[in-house]
Design a protein around this ligand. Structure first.
Ligand SMILES: [Zn+2]
Length: 574
């Protein structure tokens, strides 16, 4: 398609600026390099090529264009990456025709307008009181603006009138979760006399609201948007849009329970803090979090013996391989309390966070008497499931020993009890985590890549490649070499691999000064060896079969073939 928005965005944006807005790039010759944000490494193997407008990590194998980068780093789908980059590039995306898309789009607009409406209400008389209250809780003006906090007035029709005047149907407002239709068919605002906290999706678009009661008789302290096309509380982590980059940078995420915890946390510099919107951690949320870090610090009350939803969420995270630490706060205090009193204190609590197993052990043994039989049973009831969940067997056996010692029983007794416990997979029906790793390349594939890289670096080698060499190479390699030889354009289905190899050639050019011709000969020779050896293996298998079948005719032919190949192998060696 000519002039597609994708091409338009690619033309307007420079990959170095896009990637550079997320991670620190250092110039390295014509390219830029960085510590890879997608796998842990000490030496930078992540490269960005401005000439080719691609990126590639030679450590983990990930790579692609700007869309692929934004998808990975933001942890979003292609459509969202497109939207984010379109905004950066100032390219207007034409509204797609399917009805659902339009409906979604309108719901986004409604949520955005409602946010503006609630923000505006802060200027009213009661709004000013709300502001005073927020500031009293330690939330400053910048944070009020950043988190777009607002006020829903004491009115049944205020928001409806505003949105209808902007051209939206009442029925759409119901779908956005902002308006309720009663049995008599009349409509009224869902949120009244509440402090409004907009909830953002990963691209910072408002998808729902949490409303906290203020000066009202209403019993519900918090009220949330019900499930809508845009808002699903089990899929959203409050604040993740503003903390994802920091979570990746610090390589841990602080999980709190309330909006105010997160807002105060960010304000005090703990910008890797998120909250669940009144749910326990769900598998979906964990999957998103895992894109940013596998280290989770919880900063809320944990009742280790109870089977609370919160604890189940943490159990789930542990079972999914998250390393969990518990930030132990003073009795009855939440992060917001501690931070508003003294942010340094909160930092100290975070630094002293306890590994979950230590936390569970200390708790269980301090609350229960390990000397009585009932106590032993009680403690093992709490600790065995936690130990069972440890994916690493060596780590697991450490805790088995510790529990056995603490209870004064033999290890195999603990082992036996452990076997009776159901694993999470059995009890929760968990899917094994699908890992999106780059495919592992065979030695031959790597050698062929090496061969092409040499050709790219030293074009005159193209004349040394002979027709008979082609039979040893994959059709993909043959195609690329032919194009290079005949100075033809690389076919589009091979452009990704070709771009990747060109970038690698650029980087090798800057880093190594080894003899390319020698390298080239080595690759070609090794490839031939591999191919011939593979054939020899195959023939010797066939010979065995022919011997068993007593097929002497066939056997003779095979042996002949074998010796010819062996001769060829010898020739190649010299
Ligand atoms: Zn990497």
């Amino acid at each position: 398609m000519l002039n597609s928005p994708i091409d338009e965005i690619k033309n307007k944006l420079n990959i170095v600026e896009v990637v550079g807005s997320y991670i620190k790039l250092t110039k390295a010759g014509i390219n830029h390099r960085a510590i890879c944000p997608f796998h842990s490494e000490k030496k930078p193997s992540f490269f960005v090529s401005p000439t080719r407008q691609i990126w590639h990590c030679f450590g983990c194998g990930l790579g692609g264009d700007i869309f692929g980068f934004v998808k990975e780093i933001e942890g979003v789908e292609f459509g969202d990456a497109l939207r984010i980059l379109a905004q950066k590039a100032g390219v207007e995306l034409k509204r797609e025709s399917p009805k659902l898309r339009t409906e979604r789009q309108r719901l986004y607009q409604i949520c955005e307008l409602a946010t503006l409406f609630f923000e505006k209400q802060l200027e009213s008389k009661t709004g000013q009181e709300v502001k005073k209250y927020l500031i009293g809780r330690g939330i400053n003006e910048d944070s009020i603006i950043k988190w777009r906090i607002g006020w829903s007035p004491d009115s049944w029709q205020g928001l409806i009138d505003f949105l209808v005047s902007k051209g939206y149907q009442k029925q759409e407002l119901v779908k956005a979760g902002l308006v309720i239709r009663n049995e008599k068919g009349s409509y009224y605002d869902r949120f009244r006399t509440r402090i409004m906290f907009p909830v953002f999706d990963l691209s910072s678009q408002v998808v729902g609201f949490g409303g906290r009661i203020f000066k009202s008789e209403d019993t519900a302290k918090y009220m949330n948007t019900p499930a809508t096309l845009l808002y699903n509380k089990s899929r959203i982590l409050y604040g993740l849009d503003k903390s994802k980059v920091e979570i990746r940078k610090k390589d841990f995420c602080i999980l709190a329970e309330g909006y105010i915890d997160v807002i105060l946390g960010h304000q005090a510099g703990f910008e890797n803090m998120v909250a669940t919107s009144g749910t326990a951690l769900t598998p979906f949320q964990l999957k998103i979090l895992k894109r940013y870090s596998e280290n989770l610090f919880t900063a809320f009350d944990m009742d280790i013996a109870g089977d609370t939803a919160t604890k189940r969420g943490i159990d789930l995270a542990q079972a999914q391989g998250f390393s969990i630490k518990i930030v132990v706060l003073p009795e009855g205090k939440d992060p917001a309390d501690v931070i508003s009193e003294n942010p340094k204190e909160f930092e100290k609590f975070t630094e002293n966070a306890k590994a979950i197993l230590d936390f569970y052990f200390e708790n269980a043994f301090s609350k229960t008497d390990a000397k009585t039989p009932e106590g032993k049973k009680e403690i093992s009831k709490v600790l065995l499931p936690v130990i069972k969940r440890i994916p690493n067997k060596i780590e697991q056996s450490f805790w088995i020993q510790k529990l056995a010692r603490g209870l004064g029983v033999k290890e195999d007794v603990v082992d036996q009890e452990l076997k009776k416990i159901k694993t999470e997979k059995e009890s929760l029906g968990l899917e094994p985590e699908e890992m999106e790793k780059a495919p592992i390349k065979s030695r031959k594939e790597l050698l062929e890549e090496g061969l092409i890289i040499c050709l790219l670096r030293y074009k005159s080698l193209l004349d040394s490649i002979e027709e008979k060499d082609f039979e040893f190479l994959s059709s993909q390699t043959c195609q690329i070499i032919s194009c290079l030889k005949e100075k033809k354009e690389i076919p589009s289905e091979l452009s990704d691999i070709f771009n990747y190899l060109s970038l690698k050639a650029d980087i090798n050019k800057e880093e190594n000064e080894e003899n390319i011709e020698e390298e080239w000969l080595y690759c070609l020779k090794e490839i031939k060896f591999l191919v011939i050896k593979e054939k020899l293996d195959k023939i010797s298998q066939d010979i065995k079969v022919a011997e068993l079948d007593k097929d002497s005719e066939k056997n003779k032919k095979l042996i002949e073939e074998f010796s010819n190949l062996a001769k060829q192998l010898n020739e190649e060696k010299t």
